[in-house]
Every structure is written in C-alpha cells, then in structure tokens.
Design a protein around this ligand. Structure first.
Ligand SMILES: C[S@@+](CC[C@H](N)C(=O)[O-])C[C@H]1O[C@@H](n2cnc3c(N)ncnc32)[C@H](O)[C@@H]1O
Length: 258
C-alpha cells in the first residue's frame, strides 16, 4: 500500500484523517484506514476525499471509510482551538503558518476586516496576538458562522464581531473604516478587490489570496494591482503553499500609500 500523505485535523484527544485513495487502491481502502488508526491513536475517523472544493462554501466531499460518524473535532493551532466539522465547513490545517504570518504584522489598535472568515482562524489568532484590535469577520456559510461564534467563546476573545452573510452586502456599512482587509478566497478574491479598497482607510493594507501558475504570478499580480485606481500602492508576493504542479497559492500583500 502506498498512501504517502494524508491530512490530520483535530487534537491529541480526537482527530480525523483525510486521505486521497487512487482507484487502484480502492479495494484496500479499509486496510489503509486501519493502518492509519493503528499508527495515530488519536484518529477516530478516516475520511476519503471524493471531490475537490466545491460551491460557494468551498467544502470538499468526503466518505467515511472507517470509524466514528461524528466528525466534529477541536483543532489546535498557534495556541488557539477551533471546533469544526470538515464535512460542513472549510478548514485547512496547512495554512497555519500563513495565518501566523499575517497575525504577526498586526499592530496595536488596528481595525481589521476578515472577509470569508470561515470558522474564525484568522480572526481568532489575530485577536489573541493583538487584543487591542477590533475585528469584523464576515462569513456566508451559516454552519461556519455557528462554529466561529463557538470558537470565539472557546478562545475567550472579546474583540471579534462575527457577521453572517455575503460580504458584498455586509461590508457596505464599514466603508473607509479598516486598517487591514484579509481576503482568503483564492479562486475569487480578485472580484472583491474594489470592495476591499472601499472598506479601507487611506493607508490600509490588503492581503489578497490567489492561485496562479508560478510562471504567471508576477504578471497576474501586476494586472490585479493595475485595477487599483486613485491610489499609490506598493505590493509584494508571498508564496503560501503548493496547489498543483507548477501552480501555487499566493498572498499579495498590498499597501495603499495614499
Ligand atoms: C477558502 S475559505 C476560507 C475560510 C477561512 N478564512 C479559513 O482560512 O479557514 C472561504 C470562505 O469564504 C466563504 N465565502 C464565500 N463567498 C463568500 C461571500 N460572498 N461572503 C462571505 N463569505 C463567503 C465560504 O463559505 C468559505 O467559508
């Protein structure tokens, strides 16, 4: 059997493993799951990925190969805890380093908008690092918002306002309000760039996530930046994670200068 990589979400008490099983190993999937559970005692369920991320909520489809039907876990990251069920909401443990990179840039008293907030990882990690910040976190998936509210309590933070709804509607009442806007919706964030700019005060920062081919990212970033009118900007590109061969997830950190 050859399952070289799988993802574990959860804690030492309870976790789930997510595997991709190639067709030629389908008959051995139970054995593979048993091996994972034997090796990782905290894994209570093995899920097989059956689709890429789909729909507006960006959730993958999974099938249980082995274990507990309850796939809700508490994932620990950067000293915070996130309750979630990957069958109902988006969450990627591989993005922990990136969340911390952003959180480390936040200064005292910043006002921050997290568009596409999910179960709250960006908002909560920032909140813990900078309790003096004020964070608005908007998310359209009602189940993710429910988890975000639980996670705010779980992590005892009191400077996050979670908002359920479409960012296009909900952000309107915050025009010219924020110092920083985080846009973690890599396939579509570009479409929301104008909205993010409207939400920023004059010298704000945007973190825009995008998925691009590595030989095209410079050119694509230039094109995105060229859409920003009436502002001087500086920007830098940060590779976040590999996505597929020669294609990566990137963050474009954009600073409005005036
Ligand atoms: C890639 S996930 C990121 C979630 C979270 N920020 C994280 O890092 O775990 C994008 C999220 O944006 C939400 N979303 C998509 N379109 C949205 C919209 N128009 N307004 C608000 N949330 C939206 C999805 O439901 C999903 O939870």
């Amino acid at each position: 059997m050859n399952i070289s990589s799988f993802e574990i979400i959860g804690s030492r008490e309870k976790a789930i493993a997510i595997v991709e099983i190639p067709d030629e190993l389908k008959k051995k999937q139970k054995e593979i799951a048993q091996e994972i559970i034997k090796k990782h005692k905290n894994v209570k369920t093995v899920l097989k990925k059956t689709s890429e991320r789909i729909g507006i909520y960006r959730i993958k489809k999974y099938r249980i190969i082995l274990g507990d039907k309850n796939t809700e876990v508490i994932h620990k990251e950067s000293g915070c805890r996130f309750k979630l069920d990957p069958r109902k909401v988006y969450f990627s443990p591989r993005e922990g380093t990136e969340r911390l990179r952003i959180a480390n840039q936040v200064k005292k008293n910043e006002k921050i908008l997290v568009m596409f907030a999910g179960v709250g990882p960006f908002a909560i990690i920032i909140s813990k690092k900078q309790p003096s910040s004020e964070i608005i976190a908007i998310e359209i998936n009602p189940k993710a918002v429910k988890y975000m509210k639980e996670n705010i309590k779980l992590n005892k933070t009191n400077n996050i306002i979670p908002i359920k709804g479409d960012v296009r509607e909900k952000a309107k009442k915050y025009f010219s309000y924020f110092d920083r806007v985080i846009m973690p919706l890599p396939h579509d964030a570009k479409k929301f760039l104008n909205l993010a700019i409207k939400c920023l005060n004059k010298k704000g920062t945007i973190h825009l996530y995008t998925i691009e081919r590595e030989d095209k990212i410079e050119q694509k970033a230039k094109k995105i930046i060229s859409k920003i009118k009436n502002h001087k900007v500086k920007y830098k590109i940060k590779k976040v994670l590999p996505y597929s061969p020669r294609t990566n997830k990137y963050c474009i950190d954009i600073k409005l200068l005036m």
